[in-house]
Design a binder for this molecule. Structure first.
Ligand SMILES: [Mg+2]
Length: 384
């Protein structure tokens, strides 16, 4: 991985435009974070004074209306700041945005909203520089091969047999099911899934922070004998360290987490500590390429598994794929939600072969978002 601070390419920004997308889905899903009744994405287009264009994406999955606040942060805070300055490259811009918004972040308590808005703009700036240099971002940042491992992520435990069958036909070789609350309600589905996929493919669980912390270490035992690759977020990230350590000691699989770590300090703690074997930061939620590339290098350097979290449209998915490829991780794997997701699938539909995605050599992120095409999903950014 190349230090993003060393890559210079002058940036003068003319505009920062958010695009909120919302597409109702046929079958709403009740999650521990709230009801998911639509696919939501907040894309951002950044244009330079020379007319170059880059696309990024801002995490806004929960609460389901949070795209509005983040879009206004883009138009009223980040955009005006960027337009009044020139930067030596994306890292300098990311660093300047982070510093300039720091007092607002502290006063508002909106650490997540501000960090994700900055992350989305950073992704767009790297897209611009990649296109300018005619190189994919994974290569700009020192990746050796533009091919990554991926795994299929299902938003359920029971009832996923057909989806798993279809995903295996598409080429997926790893599967993650949900376990919201007591595993007694779910464990049958994991045994079914293991029998369906056979002994050699990966099987994982994501609990979305839903386990009772008093029972979590005991509950993890339910997964013994299933050859699980990891148990993700059994309890909330800010639960007492001693509880996390107890779970990590007793669980029959590595502990995974990182999607709810939205500061460098939180991620450093996960990298240096003895709890997490798998670290999963989300590039649209914290850091973009500039903030996360050094952290990804540290995850891999510490011998931990780097498995980026992502649940997004096309720019976010591609950004995650590029940073994973750039990290040259020996066992990294990208999450790939396998249910239909229009903000992603209308723009990219990857061929998956033997569990791998070939990102390709297209410059920048490798996606052009057609504004006319997304207009049918477009929800206006509130004026202020
Ligand atoms: Mg998760």
């Amino acid at each position: 991985m190349i230090d993003p601070a060393t890559i210079h390419s002058t940036l003068s920004i003319a505009s920062v435009e958010p695009f909120i997308l919302r597409i109702p889905i046929a079958t709403p899903v009740k999650t521990p974070m709230g009801m998911v009744d639509s696919a939501i994405a907040l894309l951002v287009r950044v244009t330079t004074t020379q007319g170059e264009e880059g696309w990024g994406e801002v995490w806004c999955n929960f609460p389901r209306f949070s795209a509005f606040n983040r879009a206004v942060i883009l138009t009223k805070v980040i955009g005006p700041f960027l337009k009044s300055r020139q930067f030596a490259g994306p890292y300098e811009a990311w660093s300047a945005m982070s510093t300039a918004a720091n007092v607002l972040r502290l006063q508002s308590g909106d650490t997540g909203a501000i960090a994700s808005a900055i992350a989305g703009v950073d992704i767009a700036l790297w897209d611009i520089v990649g296109k300018r240099e005619r190189r994919p971002i994974w290569s700009l940042l020192g990746g050796k091969v533009g091919i990554i491992d991926t795994y299929a992520s299902l938003g359920r435990s029971h009832g996923g047999e057909e989806m798993i069958e279809d995903a295996m036909k598409r080429g997926f070789r790893g599967f993650k099911l949900r376990c919201w609350g007591n595993p007694d309600q779910h464990i049958g589905a994991y045994h079914k899934a293991r029998a369906q996929i056979g002994p050699d493919m990966e099987l994982m669980t994501d609990c979305n922070s839903s386990w009772d912390i008093a029972h979590a270490a005991d509950w993890s035992q339910a997964f013994a004998g299933l050859n699980m690759s990891f148990i993700e977020e059994p309890i909330p990230v800010d639960s007492p360290k001693a509880v996390w350590q107890e779970i990590a000691r007793r669980a029959p699989a590595k502990i995974a987490g990182g999607e709810n770590m939205i500061t460098e300090a939180m991620l450093d703690d996960a990298i240096d500590g003895d709890v997490y074997g798998v670290v999963q930061p989300d590039i649209c939620k914290y850091g973009g390429f500039s903030g996360l590339a050094p952290i990804a290098a540290r995850i891999v350097g510490a011998g931990k598994r780097y498995a980026p979290h992502i649940f997004s449209g096309a720019p976010g998915l591609l950004a995650s794929a590029h940073i994973l490829a750039a990290a040259n991780s020996p066992d990294g794997a990208l999450e790939y939600g396998i249910e239909y997701n229009p903000p992603r699938d209308d723009f990219v539909r990857h061929q998956i072969r033997d569990g791998k995605i070939e990102i390709g050599d297209a410059p920048g992120l490798g996606v052009e978002v057609d504004v006319d095409q997304i207009s049918r999903y477009h929800v206006a950014t509130p004026s202020w």
